[in-house]
Write a protein that binds this ligand. Structure first.
Ligand code: N2P
Length: 362
């Protein structure tokens, strides 16, 4: 308290200099994406205070990064968005001499991330996952029969099937660059295509099923699935597992499942990066290096049920997690995953316009 007052007074004199000296790191991460004790442990280990904000949309983060002066020191864009933001000059190169824990990272996964960020110059992997289908096991069995196997995008993209589920609540992420390509893939088109006609075809399919969709939102579905308030969510792997776990904890009888459909799904990488105008660059490096500690990353994966890119952490990850094909896909499933593709500004406008149409149902 005393310190805050002191800073506030000094700030009126030399705002910039004081801000630079504040022992703070401003972190902007996805919601439901860190262990309960990570921040506490970081503060205890380093004496640096964490100011932690959350978002649930790459578009929201991107708007802040492209505007600049966000005040954030560490942010976590998905790799395709990262690529476009690097090109726009939104980030500063990592000072790898301050990141000894880079040695813990999985070289294959980092090579994958380097497709978006050559030589991993600007970012390192935080967590990765897939965009698949979360569902309420009993609600599906009640509506489609005990023998119905949930293993296909039919569940949400076949208009007749999804119509049978509309009453129990079907939701989708508000993530146009993930959902439209999933619809394109279902139609047999390349999910990485940037052809306008392909986007239009994907969006047309989404418009067909739109009457069966309760909402488009990227974080609300965790609690709703856990509570049995919805029965299907096109969502992110770890979030669905968090719903499963919350339902188990609540002992409310809701059984949640997650599937990477047989037709394939998006595999994405979320990356830690430092904005070009970050006020606390040293602290940002200290934070990123701390997260890459093997035990700290293992703790995060064990809490949020997302796979990570930290090879040294894997022995400390719960075998139930490393052994779950929904989190660490089998080789056969991996072969069907696609990676996200960066869109140029024009393509992005096409996708945004189509998405607005899908969402509003007009
Ligand atoms: C965590 C969502 C992170 C994954 N709630 C989105 N890339």
């Amino acid at each position: 308290m005393k310190r805050t007052i002191l800073l506030a007074t000094a700030a009126t004199v030399v705002a910039g200099a004081v801000a630079a000296q504040e022992n703070v790191v401003n972190v902007y991460n996805w919601s439901d994406y860190i262990a309960e004790d990570t921040i506490e442990k970081f503060e205890a280990a380093t004496g640096i205070k964490v100011v932690y904000d959350v978002f649930d949309s790459n578009e929201v983060l991107e708007a802040k990064m492209l505007t600049g002066s966000s005040g954030y020191d560490v942010v976590v864009p998905t790799s395709d968005f990262l690529q476009r933001q690097i090109a726009a000059g939104a980030y500063q190169p990592l000072d790898k001499s301050k990141l000894p824990n880079l040695a813990n990272m999985d070289t294959d996964l980092m090579a994958g991330a380097a497709i978006y960020d050559p030589d991993n110059e600007y970012a390192t992997i935080y967590m990765w996952g897939t965009t698949g289908i979360g569902y309420n096991v009993q609600a599906i069995a009640d509506r489609l029969g005990e023998d119905y196997e949930v293993n296909s995008w039919d569940l949400v993209f076949n208009p007749e099937i999804v119509a049978k589920l509309a009453d129990c609540g079907v939701t989708m992420l508000d993530a146009p660059t993930e959902i439209i390509p999933a619809a394109m893939n279902y139609l047999g088109l390349d999910p990485r295509s940037t052809d306008k006609a392909d986007f239009e075809a994907g969006a047309a399919l989404l418009e067909t099923i739109r009457p069966s969709i309760r909402y488009f939102h990227s974080s609300q579905y965790i609690n709703d699935l856990a509570n049995g308030d919805i029965c299907v969510a096109v969502g992110w792997s770890g979030d669905v597992f968090q719903a499963l776990y919350r339902a188990e904890e609540a002992e409310n009888g809701v059984e949640v499942g997650y599937v990477i459909p047989d037709e394939g799904a998006l595999q994405w990488f979320d990356m830690m990066a430092i904005p070009v105008d970050a006020p606390h660059v040293d602290n940002a490096h200290t934070f990123i290096n701390f997260i890459m500690d093997a035990q700290i990353t293992a703790d995060i994966t064990n809490y949020v049920w997302y796979a990570n890119g930290n090879a040294a952490s894997i022995p400390m990850v719960d075998p139930d997690i490393t052994g779950d094909p929904g989190i660490f896909p089998t080789e056969a499933a991996s072969a069907k995953l696609w990676s996200s593709k960066v869109y140029d500004a024009r393509t992005d406008r096409v996708v945004t316009r189509l998405w607005t149409k899908v969402k509003t149902g007009q």
